[in-house]
Each structure stands twice: as structure tokens, then as C-alpha cells.
Write a protein that binds this ligand. Structure first.
Ligand SMILES: Cc1cc2nc3c(=O)[nH]c(=O)nc-3n(C[C@H](O)[C@H](O)[C@H](O)COP(=O)(O)O)c2cc1C
Length: 373
């Protein structure tokens, strides 16, 4: 379907899909092997990708009983907004790879479920069309634009200005991908973007100077393409939107992010797709929460597949969570309905986990309900 169509086509959910892992299996059966390698794979030996999932599972929830849950709810606040629940869609590239409705379907589903949406810089529909599609929906969650630094500052300026004009409410600068990871599974499968699937919001990058013999190609290109701490102040100076830094794992970086004026931090290892063997996000989250001491909200992503994982993330100090791959699986399985289903399942499971832990509001989720093993 062309991206200009007003209403995306809906598809039916495959039978027997009642969890996010069911969505994963159904999507694998539906997608060709190379596309599956791209959306599912991680970097290197995929240790980080596996650790993310295992680290949530390794923590136990210790229920509290006989508490009064009258008036309980999952609402929370984030950057000045009230959210129906603390679940956002992480930025993931190229949604039209898995469904012709692409990011428009994802956006409709996010809005229908009151979930925040972080649109990837590598979206396959225009950022304006997504904002137009859901901008006026009164019950939608926050709409943020994810930025990959561009070689020319002017290109950054133009993208940020477009996002601001279109009504995006924050800029999420991804800082953990100055180089793409060694994605072996993807290379083995010979993945290539099919014709017609492109990052339509980005201008083709200007060609870089060829490395001289003996130079590292990567490090020769980096200074032009990768932002540094000194760029954060400049980025803040060109927009009134809050800047969220995505991809921080180290306490010192978290402290510096606060110092440089970040409005929030996303604790993330890119779903294990950049540097392999990093710690799981659940493992570092409590340390980062200590390091920032509540100065800015922390969000977390990586391996969140259950409502119990969401409860654990909040208990460990996150204000909200983001989910990446399951959204693509839902999209592949049934377009907007599939994504809405993924979000609904996670919301319902999260509500059950809160109630059974004796938590009436998200503020009641603390380390008190957690056991490490
Ligand atoms: C197929 C795919 C594409 C992604 N594209 C982007 C992107 O364009 N920008 C970005 O900041 N992160 C990107 N990510 C990382 C996600 O935002 C997120 O950090 C990660 O998927 C969370 O882990 P999960 O997939 O286990 O939920 C991508 C992840 C996947 C799986």
C-alpha cells in the first residue's frame, strides 16, 4: 500500500498467538530467512541479545498479599505527560520490510493502545505522515523522533526542524551505534535491503574521503559521522524539544548525560545489535539509577517480552520501557492489528503482575518486590 493512503489495510492474527514469544515464532514462519536474520539477529555471538532476555527472567517477583488495590492503575508521567501505561515502542528501522503499511500501521497501533512511539530515523515512511496520522489522537502516547547523527550538521538541523514542525515531542539521539555491529547472522544470510525499501527521511550521506593505505577505514570515517559530547550542547541549542540519549550503559556516561542537559536516558545496548558481550540492561539499570539519583527519568529496553519484565524494570528504577523486536513481529504477522495485539498483551500482563505483587500504582513497584535469583 502506498504511504499516502489514509487507512492502512488490516490483516488477521494467526491463530494460537497469545504471547510475545508466540508472535516471534509466527513471524519467523512468515518472513524469508534473510529478513528474519536482519530483524531477529544480534551482533557477534549474540551473547548480549541472549543476556538481555535471561537477566529479566533471572529476577524473581515476590508477591505481596491482602493489600487494598481499589482504584489501581498503570498510569505514569514522563517528560511532563501522563501516559496510560509505561510501555513505548523502541525505534526500529525499515518497517515496510515486513509489512507494506510500514510505520503507519505501527503508529496507528501505538495510538490505539496509548503507547509511546519513537519513530526511527530509518523509517520507510515520512516522519510527517506518521505525525499527521496520529497527531490529533487525544489518547495516544508520546511521539518522539529518533536521530542518528548525520555527517553534515545542516542535515541534523533540517531533520530536527522537520520533527519539531511536525509535532514530535522529543528528540532521541542514539549514541551507541557510531559503527554498526558485526552482525554475523545477517551476513551469513546475505541480507540486503530490497529495492524500494529506504530510509526516506534521510538524504544520501555525502561521500567520505577514502582512507589512506594503513589507516583504519572505520576510524577515518568516524570523526565525520559520530557525535561527541560537545555536539549535545549544540543539539540542545537548535531545538526547544527535550533531548533523550539512547544507548547508555556506563554510570559515568549517565552522569555526563545529565550534566550535558539530557532530559532522559534510555538504558540500552541496542538489543545486542552493536557491541556484543555487553552486560544486559537489567544488570546495569540499578547502578545507573543510583548514578543519576532521580535527576532525569531512565527508560530501558532489551529483551522485554513479558509484563513481569516491565514490572521488574520499574522495580529496578526505570520510569518506562521500550520494546523493539516484538513490534516488528506483530507487524509482520498482522499489520496494525498485530502491533496492537503485542502492546495489549504486554499491558494486560503488566497489569496482572502489578496486582499480584500488591502494587496499586507504578510508584509501588520498588526493589521490595524483587529477588535476584
Ligand atoms: C530490526 C531492528 C532495527 C533497529 N533499528 C534501530 C534504529 O533505527 N534506531 C535505534 O536507535 N535503534 C534501533 N534498534 C534498536 C531498538 O531501538 C532497541 O534498542 C532494541 O530493539 C531493544 O531490544 P529488543 O528488540 O530486545 O526489545 C533496532 C533494533 C532492531 C531489532
Amino acid at each position: 500500500m502506498p504511504e499516502s493512503s489514509a487507512v492502512p489495510a488490516l490483516s488477521a492474527l494467526p491463530p494460537g498467538v497469545v504471547t510475545l514469544d508466540d508472535h516471534e515464532r509466527a513471524a519467523q514462519a512468515r518472513l524469508d530467512a534473510a529478513t528474519w536474520a536482519y530483524v531477529h539477529g544480534g551482533a557477534g555471538d549474540e551473547l548480549t541479545a541472549g543476556r538481555n532476555r535471561q537477566a529479566w527472567q533471572a529476577r524473581s517477583l515476590v508477591p505481596r498479599v491482602l493489600r487494598d488495590l481499589t482504584g489501581g492503575h498503570t498510569r505514569t508521567t514522563l517528560l511532563g505527560r501522563t501516559l496510560a501505561h509505561p510501555i513505548l515502542i523502541a525505534p526500529t528501522a525499515f518497517h515496510r520490510l515486513v509489512h507494506p503499511d510500514g510505520e503507519l500501521a505501527t503508529a496507528y497501533a501505538a495510538a490505539a493502545q496509548g503507547a509511546g512511539l519513537v519513530l526511527s530515523a530509518q523509517a520507510t515512511v515520512t516522519l510527517e505522515s506518521v505525525a499527521t496520522a496520529i497527531g490529533a489522537d487525544a489518547t495516544r502516547g508520546p511521539l518522539w523522533f529518533q536521530l542518528y547523527w548525520q555527517r553534515a550538521r545542516d542535515a541534523v538541523r533540517q531533520l530536527v526542524a522537520r520533527a519539531e514542525a511536525a509535532g514530535y515531542e522529543a528528540i532521541v539521539l542514539t549514541v551507541d551505534a557510531s559503527s554498526s555491529g558485526a552482525r554475523d547472522r545477517e551476513r551469513r544470510a546475505g541480507f540486503q535491503l530490497p529495492p524500494g525499501i529506504t530510509a526516506v527521511n534521510l538524504k544520501p550521506a555525502p561521500t567520505t574521503s577514502a582512507p589512506t593505505p594503513g589507516d583504519s577505514g572505520l576510524f577515518t570515517r568516524l570523526p565525520e559521522g559520530a557525535p561527541t559530547w560537545s555536539d549535545i550542547a549544540w543539539l540542545r541549542s537548535i531545538t526547544r524539544l527535550p533531548i533523550v540519549l539512547k544507548g547508555i550503559l556506563h554510570e559515568a556516561d549517565a552522569r555526563q548525560a545529565v550534566h550535558e542537559g539530557a532530559a532522559a536516558i534510555i538504558v540500552s545496548n541496542h538489543g545486542g545489535r552493536t557491541l556484543d558481550t555487553t552486560p544486559a540492561t537489567a544488570t546495569v539499570l540499578p547502578r545507573l539509577a543510583d548514578a543519576v539519583g532521580g535527576a532525569v527519568p531512565l527508560l530501558v529496553d532489551g529483551g522485554i517480552r513479558r509484563g513481569t519484565d516491565v514490572a521488574k524494570a520499574l522495580a529496578l528504577g526505570a520510569s518506562a520501557v521500550l520494546i523493539g523486536r516484538p513490534v516488528i513481529y506483530g507487524l509482520a504477522n498482522a499489520g496494525a492489528i498485530g502491533v496492537a495485539h503485542v502492546l495489549r498483551l504486554l499491558r494486560d500482563e503488566f497489569e496482572i503482575a502489578m496486582a499480584l505483587c500488591g502494587c496499586r500504582t507504578v510508584a509501588d513497584l520498588s526493589a521490595d518486590v524483587l529477588l535476584q535469583a
